[in-house]
Ligand binder design. Structure first.
Ligand code: NAD
Ligand code: WQD
Length: 342
């Protein structure tokens, strides 16, 4: 069975590709390499002893996408990761985000409608909930006005898919609302490759520990949380990868009651920034240079998932601990720096 993975050389996509290949799916990746490297293909190859098909293609190129589908009419499932994801950049350049995250989704859905049994998994985000009024967050929590154009693209993306599903019962879709994906494949051969200064906590931690950054700034210690630092639900990217395969199998194999579903994908446990720092220090033996600075604009106090729906409906539950995720992120950081060869 052939699965199209858009953005499949990126952080999350590459781990999902590994999981798909290991389960004997045929995979075709399209990626424009705007936020990834072609060398990721080698990592995937080494891990799986198989190579996915790869086509360098920009999903904003409607004609090229249409030609691609003409040549791949045997696609049985689509997992759509390709998007721009930097929150701050989206505030500076909203049109880039609306073009890259919205136009591409629309073009993809237009092509999907030409397939015999179209389905799509959409990468959504817990950012749609903003600061939820009730924790842990269930899927029925209200979607809050977006804090950034990036967040808005996830909300509108879900709405676009829901609208199409309403009028096209042959299309089935699942939006996975990820909480905070971290970590890397245990081989240390693929992982997250942030361009420039990392915006996210864990890559900033690993780059500081390895000496690439001088000091981690912790954004605020005056939140109403266990130790004053903000709380998130950090999920191992391999757990996330398994969730995609399970969701895909639901779309392909089962007669679903409704053709558009959303699931929270998290661990269900919140950890504060300081707890993450301490866990990293414990598991790696590295001591981290950090300081407390002001809160970051737009940050919420706390967000963690109620995963009951994913547990019961998908039969999926996260397996890895925060410590395992941090250890894998550290192993990957060492690979990136060429300090250790695996
Ligand atoms: P990533 O940037 O590592 O991967 C995205 C991939 O898509 C990259 O390889 C990039 O080159 C490619 N791409 C971007 N625009 C493209 C285009 N127009 N045509 C073809 N390829 C294109 O990001 P990621 O962390 O793997 O995130 C994957 C998806 O998950 C994104 O949609 C993101 O918004 C969503 N998401 C990510 C997080 C997170 O914290 N990483 C959380 C929630 C949701
Ligand atoms: C986690 C915590 C920071 C960096 C973002 C996006 C969200 C989603 C995931 C895609 C926060 C603190 C961070 C640092 C710090 N992406 N922090 N020092 O903000 O929960 O979510 O990524 O959909 O949309 O907004 O993740 O990793 O940036 O931050 O203290 O150098 O770590 O303040 O409390 P966030 P993050």
């Amino acid at each position: 069975m052939k699965i199209l993975v858009t953005g499949g050389l990126g952080f999350i996509g590459s781990h999902v590709v590994v999981e798909l290949l290991n389960r004997d799916y045929e995979v075709v990746i399209v990626d424009n390499l705007s936020n990834s490297s072609i060398s990721v293909l080698e990592g995937i190859h080494t891990i799986c002893n198989k190579k996915p098909e790869f086509e360098k293609l920009d999903l904003r190129n409607k004609q090229a996408l249409s030609d691609f589908f003409l040549n791949h009419q045997d696609i049985s499932g689509v997992i759509h990761f390709a998007a721009s994801k930097a929150v701050g950049e989206s505030v500076q350049n909203p049109l880039l985000y609306y073009e890259n995250n919205m136009n591409t989704l629309v073009y993809l859905l237009q092509e999907l409608q030409k397939l015999s049994k179209p389905n799509i998994i959409f990468s959504s985000s817990c950012t749609v909930y903003g600061q939820a009024d009730v924790l842990p967050i269930t899927e029925s929590a209200p979607v809050k006005p977006a804090e950034s154009p990036y967040g808005n693209t996830k909300q509108v993306g879900e709405e676009i898919i829901a609208d199409v599903c309403k009028i096209d019962s042959s299309l089935s879709a699942i939006a996975l609302r990820y909480f905070n994906p971290i970590g890397a494949h245990h081989s240390g051969l693929i992982g997250e490759l942030p361009l420039g200064t990392p915006q996210n906590l864990v890559p900033y931690i690993t780059q500081t520990a390895i000496g690439q950054r001088e000091q981690l700034s912790i954004f605020g210690n005056d939140y109403p949380t266990i130790d004053g630092t903000a709380v998130r639900d950090y999920i191992h990217v391999m757990d996330l990868a398994i969730a995609h395969v399970v969701a895909l199998e639901r779309l392909i194999n089962s007669e679903v009651l409704t053709n558009f579903e959303t699931f929270n994908i998290g661990t269900g446990t919140g950890s504060s920034v300081l707890e993450v720092v301490k866990a990293f220090e414990n598991v790696t033996g590295q001591s981290l240079n950090y300081k407390i600075v002001n809160r970051r604009d737009g940050d919420v106090t706390a967000a963690y998932a109620d995963t009951t729906r994913a547990n019961n409906v998908l039969g999926w539950k996260s397996q890895f601990t925060l410590q395992e995720a941090l250890a894998s992120a550290w192993k990957w950081q060492q690979t990136v720096m060429g300090i250790k060869e695996y």
